[in-house]
Write a new protein. Sequence first.
Length: 175
Amino acid sequence: MASKFKNQGVTLIELIVGIAIISIITSIAVPSFQSMLLNSQIRNAAESVANGLQKARGEAVSRNTNVTFVLGAAATGTQSSWTVNVVNPASTIASRDSSEGSVNVTRTALPATATTVTFNNLGGVVANADATATLSQIDFYAVGSNRNLRITIGGGGNTKMCDPNLASGSSPRAC
């Protein structure tokens, strides 16, 4: 027996309802997705700097000489770029350009004028050869993001990446 109704496709009303549902879901998801992308860029920038600091400390120990980690100048638009250099004889070991995945991220250093940290052959932090302030903390943030990250550099050369928005002691991620 043949069916009374023939399937003739989608009606205009069904199509409009489907488009409306997709539009509502998209309008809800896009801001969250943008925030997720910014958070990812912040994490990328912070992890890159943390890796650069660890590279500088490791190279100082393995080469048995002073090695510097230098942040790019914020004024030139290279907020999260860095280089790792041997102090004497002067040579560059590694570097990172800020355009590598974190272009929307801004960083601030503490002290404000500091851009350099020098590690000695034991992995500890020593005074910079040019007598500039030694870098002790770097904060990363982006406009529109809901997460900030901070890297602290201890006198013994240890580095820690943490979330400054969390209350101290509330989580292992807190500063």
